[in-house]
Design a binder for this molecule. Structure first.
Ligand code: NAD
Length: 493
């Protein structure tokens, strides 16, 4: 069994605790590797390395163009190691190999995109209102960035956070989820081959309370970028606020996928199914509330149920599989509890609802594609994030009611609209309180398009040019060019 160490200052380093924990293959239901149990001592060593890299190391003096070239090589090396990295992701999180292959290809694209952006970060020269002073701004790296990531797509999160951070000139410490840390450790070691100076990117592992919390509290961490649950996100936000640290938060969702009677129903069924059963529903953007216009609700429900029964559940390494296991044992328990809660609330289970069994199914963490109807939007099953293959179907009468139900949630991550009415697509895009709207598609992503949540789904944006701003400070510089000091230049603030 492979035993990993932290990656700090360009080398593997054993944990200060001298302790490791198992990481489990959710398909086999068995440990397949050991990862370090990090603590506050490891946190301090990693942050110190990242701080040195940003202050006295070669990264600090490097031109943005040179930084971009190294980041480009990180993209190349990602592609060269695609198969290996994708397999490690699947072993740790049980997602489909085909999906993880696509994700890792996209990871390389993210590194390429921000490599190109590194030397396009510019300040401005101001037309000053008084003669004798030149005023301009520079954009400077905020400092050491802490990236805390969730278990469902670790290398994707690492790229989403660290590629713009490095383009901005920052260094980073990454703390991946204790359930899926191996890929981040494998990946970060490759960055050395790309020529990334020691200490710029560090990965430490362990439980959130043991090493995540001390990292958040560390005085030399300037900013925290977090992907995970809103409950942990709020704890991290509170701790960051005590030191006025900047945060970017990518949190949960309860996204509505809204189907009108004039939609292409075949397409809408495919969007509804992949929106909730893709990744076993373990996606922040899962379209877990299917809002269907009452005039087609019965017919559409039948189509969705038939499609759910056809979803092939099994070994995530096999090409024909469409849904793998729940990534973690606690997540399996949580989803099963929500199925019970929904039934107790009076929702009617019309597909699935049980652990999945059958040929090719192992490890005890599979759940059948599950659909509830007779759901009202105030039920817990319609309000709380399940993060599993559980869909609730809710009827609506007209556009106004669809918008009201869609927005009646604490979350605001994404929404899908299925209709052939173009005007409605524009009207609803404006009215929905979410960070991403999909019209006649679902789960379409682009590294050019900013991604993030409104309301309790988050703070800040990842991807696109916007993401790099999260890691920059603007500095205003005013220099007198007059022979004598200008008079009356003191404006109190
Ligand atoms: P989580 O909140 O349990 O953990 C996230 C990270 O925080 C982990 O690395 C964990 O170890 C760490 N952590 C836990 N306690 C901590 C503490 N006190 N201080 C510092 N760090 C701590 O989330 P999870 O269960 O790994 O991920 C699932 C959640 O992530 C879901 O809610 C999902 O919606 C969300 N998610 C959001 C997005 C998005 O982009 N919006 C994407 C994927 C997942």
């Amino acid at each position: 069994m492979k035993t990993y160490s932290h990656w700090i200052d360009g080398a593997f380093q054993e944990p200060a605790s001298g302790q490791w924990m198992h990481t489990i293959d959710p398909y086999q239901g068995e440990p397949w590797a050991n990862i370090p149990c990090g603590n506050s001592e490891d946190a301090s060593i990693a942050v110190a390395a990242a701080k040195r890299a940003m202050t006295t190391g070669p990264w600090a003096g490097m031109s943005a163009t040179e930084r971009g070239k190294i980041m480009r090589r990180i993209g190349d090396i990602t592609l060269e190691n695609l198969d290996r990295l994708a397999e490690i992701e699947v072993r740790d999180n049980g997602k489909l190999l085909a999906e993880m292959n696509g994700v890792i290809k996209n990871v390389a694209e993210i590194w390429y995109y921000y490599a190109g952006l590194a030397d396009k970060i510019e300040g401005s020269v101001m037309p000053m209102e008084k003669a004798g002073v030149v005023g301009f701004t520079t954009r400077e790296p905020i400092g050491v960035v802490l990236a805390l990531t969730a278990w469902n797509a670790p290398l994707n999160f690492l790229a989403l956070k660290c590629a713009p951070a490095l383009a901005a000139g920052c260094s980073a410490v990454v703390k991946p989820s204790e359930f899926s840390s191996a890929s981040s450790l494998e990946f970060v070691a490759l960055t050395k081959q790309a020529g990334l100076p020691d200490g710029v990117l560090n990965v430490v592992t362990g439980l959130g309370k043991d090493i995540g919390a001390p990292l958040v509290e560390h005085r030399d961490v300037a900013m925290i970028t977090f992907t995970g649950s809103d409950i942990t996100g709020a704890k991290v936000y509170e701790a960051a606020a005590r030191q006025m640290k900047r945060v970017a938060m990518e949190l949960g969702g309860k996204s509505p996928n809204i189907v009108f009677e004039d939609a292409d129903l075949e397409q809408a069924v495919a969007g509804a199914i992949s929106g909730i059963f893709g990744g076993g529903g373990q996606m922040c953007t899962a379209g877990s509330r299917l809002l269907v216009q009452n005039s087609i609700k019965e017919k559409f429900t039948q189509l969705v149920v038939a499609a759910a029964h056809a979803v092939k559940v099994g070994n995530p390494m096999e090409a024909a599989t469409q849904m793998g296991p729940m990534s973690t044992a606690p997540q399996f328990q949580k989803v099963m509890e929500y199925i019970d809660i929904a039934s107790a609330e009076g929702a009617k289970c019309i597909a699935g609802g049980k652990p999945a069994v059958g040929p090719g199914i192992k490890g005890g963490q599979f759940i059948e594609p599950t659909i509830f109807t007779d759901v009202t939007n105030n039920m817990r099953i319609a309000q709380e994030e399940v993060f599993g293959p559980v869909l609730c179907i809710i009827g609506f009468e007209n556009e106004a009611e669809a918008i009201e139900i869609a927005n009646d949630t604490l979350y605001g991550l994404a929404a899908g609209i299925w209709t052939s009415n173009i005007g409605r697509l524009f009207r609803m895009s404006k009215a929905l309180q979410v960070g991403t709207v999909w019209g006649n598609t679902y789960r379409t992503y682009s590294y050019l398009m900013p991604f993030g949540g409104m309301k309790q789904s988050g703070v800040g944006r990842e991807l696109g040019i916007e993401a790099v701003n999260e890691f920059l400070e603007t500095k205003s510089i005013m220099i007198s060019i007059a022979d004598a000091q200008p008079q009356n230049n003191f404006v109190p603030r």
